[in-house]
Design a protein around this ligand. Sequence first.
Ligand code: ATP
Ligand SMILES: Nc1ccn([C@@H]2O[C@H](COP(=O)(O)O)[C@@H](O)[C@H]2O)c(=O)n1
Ligand code: MG
Length: 248
Amino acid sequence: MWRRRLGALLLRSPPSSSSTAASSLQHRRHHLLPTQEPLALNRLARLFTSQAGSDGDGGHSQKPFIAFVLGGPGSGKGTQCTKIASDFGFAHLSAGDLLRHEIASGSEKGELILDIIKQGRIVPSEITVELIRKAMEMSNANKVLIDGFPRCEENRVAFERIVGTEPDIVIFFDCPEDEMVKRLLGRNQGRVDDNIETIKKRLKVFESLNIPVVDYYSSRGKVHKINATGTADEIFEAVRRIFSSLRF
Ligand SMILES: Nc1ncnc2c1ncn2[C@@H]1O[C@H](COP(=O)(O)OP(=O)(O)OP(=O)(O)O)[C@@H](O)[C@H]1O
Ligand SMILES: Nc1ccn([C@@H]2O[C@H](COP(=O)(O)O)[C@@H](O)[C@H]2O)c(=O)n1
Ligand SMILES: [Mg+2]
């Protein structure tokens, strides 16, 4: 889908005098991403077009392999992603970390994000997807873990529309609620949402909005469900089996 969209636009020929392939891509993408800069557009197009191997800039030439990593709050997504990144060479992009980074930047958007995170609600998808898209572009990685995303149908649809592709696989960490609560209350990293009131809200949001997304990807045969109880190392053994069997 990614290739179809971007590739068709890039490789369309011959370009008319008023509309080169690159400018028609920019024009088309302009409707999707009104704030995007042309330079970034060109690079994105090179990164994710199957014909881009000849671009000579040392970047990867194909759409990256994308794994969405889902699970309830405290199920161990971040812990396991760190291990996957280290053992299998993935870039680890955490949606929550990107949002927290935006808060730390002191931007106006950051104030809105902080307010939403404190309430355990979901940040508007356009904001989160744009942060992920930029991080993917910056990382230039050919294997990417997207941790804690998509959290709802709106997230999922926005990613497909803005980034223009679907994940290759979805990892789902299945953990009982009482274990998740225990882990979150013991995390001790100073997160504004690691308090029992916000945790209860996050659990509700997880059940009502995130589980339907997992069900959607299950129906498309993309979900690998992992029992997230036991030690982090035990869980990683199950994770390792999945990633070792993948071809990317
Ligand atoms: N298997 C495990 N057993 C016990 N504690 C764990 C396990 N895995 C992770 N933890 C701890 O639980 C806490 C939550 O883990 P982690 O941050 O990886 O979860 P998460 O799914 O990313 O949570 P969130 O959605 O809130 O970001 C951390 O303090 C982590 O060290
Ligand atoms: N796709 C997402 C991801 C996260 N959020 C908000 O950030 C909070 C923390 O996320 P973690 O993945 O670090 O647990 C989460 O509770 C949401 O408020 C989001 O809106 N959209
Ligand atoms: Mg996390």
